[in-house]
Design a protein around this ligand. Structure first.
Ligand SMILES: C[S@@+](CC[C@H](N)C(=O)[O-])C[C@H]1O[C@@H](n2cnc3c(N)ncnc32)[C@H](O)[C@@H]1O
Ligand code: SF4
Length: 393
């Protein structure tokens, strides 16, 4: 699907749905997502609660058309396919579906999860995003993954056979990784890829085991210059193979960008259901940020007691909205179009930008402002956080 200024061609009533499944078989030492390990999960109770929360959100968003559904986690491939099917069927009752609705599920590549692909497809999933993370057994061990290279390759093969679209994730800029070894791994990955790849530089998140290990000197991340070189090599190789970056970490064949993520980056509306899920909803011309209770058991009990487990629901004021639209839109290679900016904020780009902050960034070739809108150059995307703080603070 081409990136389109009207946020995916489905009209102003377009809506995306995110469903969070918070469970994993084990915790990976780098990960700070809302993910928990539990001995047993009562799938029936969880299904009922997810359906209850969907009904609550549907009441708030009548007459809207869903353009995408994304099951994220945690590890949604641990969901019973019948639970996934029940969520999709219930969504279809609450909202209308765009003809080409994208329904993605994040999957880990263990054999148990890959064995569910056919049932997930039958349940309505039409795209999987697989957490391969590395194609090298030593790296997979370092990352604490529960799968090995052979399982990853088998899961990719099965995904290709089962779904018309699939993506996978790799984590690079790992300790000891050189541009030579990463180029080799990436070229192999491109040979295995479908229409989409997510390539994340390893980040060390506070509170994770990797945070303590790195501080204790147990491993050393690549220096900043080396990480920048790895990023540049990534862009070059992916360009050459026809999967250019459309966002900092996301690459796709033109037309196969992940519709769901584009909704986020273009500031579109999305419902967030499940523990810790975030949402953005425009109701009577006010944009609300919503956030569900993150703890799985607390979320479940609150939904059962009250019909939803919303922890926060706050109107976003105009200044904060402009800021978030810049922060999200500049992640996209195509940047922020004038139309999208107008649609989301009711302002012209120039009216929201302070010339004394913008000018040096244009002069340094980090940003481009033209008839299409505002976008970061490749050099700019490499230092986007610094650029945003110059532009916005
Ligand atoms: C919700 S997570 C994982 C989904 C799925 N449970 C899995 O492990 O494959 C989505 C992706 O974020 C990336 N990720 C998570 N933590 C990261 C970190 N600290 N640094 C870089 N990438 C990270 C991983 O590539 C992961 O596949
Ligand atoms: S990376 Fe995936 S499997 Fe690992 S803890 Fe995070 S969500 Fe769970």
């Amino acid at each position: 699907m081409p990136i389109d200024d009207n946020n995916d061609g489905a009209g102003d009533d377009a809506l995306a749905l995110y469903v969070h499944w918070p469970f994993c078989l084990s915790r990976c030492p780098y990960c700070d997502f809302n993910a928990h390990v539990r001995e047993t999960i009562d799938q029936t109770r969880w299904r009922d609660a997810l359906l209850t929360e969907l009904a609550y959100w549907a009441d708030q968003t009548p007459g809207r058309a869903l353009t995408s559904i994304f099951f994220g986690g945690g590890t949604p491939s641990l969901m019973d396919p019948a639970t996934v099917g029940a969520v999709i069927n219930s969504a279809a009752k609450h909202w209308s579906f765009a003809d080409d609705i994208e329904i993605t599920l994040e999957a880990n590549p263990t054999s148990i999860e890959a064995a569910k692909f056919a049932d997930l497809k039958a349940a309505g999933v039409n795209r999987v995003s697989i957490g391969v993370q590395a194609l090298d057994n030593d790296a997979l061990k370092f990352l604490g993954r529960g799968h090995d290279r052979d399982q990853a390759l088998a899961a990719l093969k099965l995904a290709e056979k089962t779904f018309s679209r699939f993506s996978f994730d790799l984590i690079y800029a790992r300790p000891g990784q050189t541009s030579g070894s990463w180029s080799k791994e990436l070229q192999e990955a491109l040979g295995l890829a479908g229409d989409h790849l997510s390539l994340y530089q390893l980040t060390i998140e506070k509170g994770t085991p990797f945070y303590a290990e790195e501080r204790a000197g147990e491993f050393v991340l690549p220096e900043e210059d080396n990480a920048a070189e790895l990023f540049n090599v990534t862009q070059e190789i992916c360009d050459r193979h026809g999967l250019p970056a459309y966002e900092i970490s996301n690459h796709a064949r033109p037309g196969s960008e992940c519709r769901h993520n584009i909704t986020y980056w273009q500031g579109g509306d999305y419902v967030g259901a499940g523990p810790g899920a975030h949402g953005r909803l425009t109701i009577n011309n006010t944009v609300y940020a919503t956030e569900q209770i993150p703890g799985p058991e607390n979320w479940l009990e609150e939904v059962e007691a009250s019909g939803h487990a919303t922890r926060n629901r706050a109107a976003i004021d105009a200044a904060a909205r402009v800021e978030e639209i810049f922060m999200m839109g500049l992640r996209l290679t195509s940047g922020l179009s004038r139309d999208v900016f107008w649609e989301r904020t009711g302002m012209e780009l120039e009216d929201a930008l302070e010339p004394r902050r913008l000018r040096p960034l244009l002069t340094a070739d980090y940003l481009i402002l033209d008839n299409r809108g505002l976008r970061a150059t490749a050099e700019g995307r490499l230092r986007l956080n610094a650029i945003l703080s110059t532009l916005l603070t």
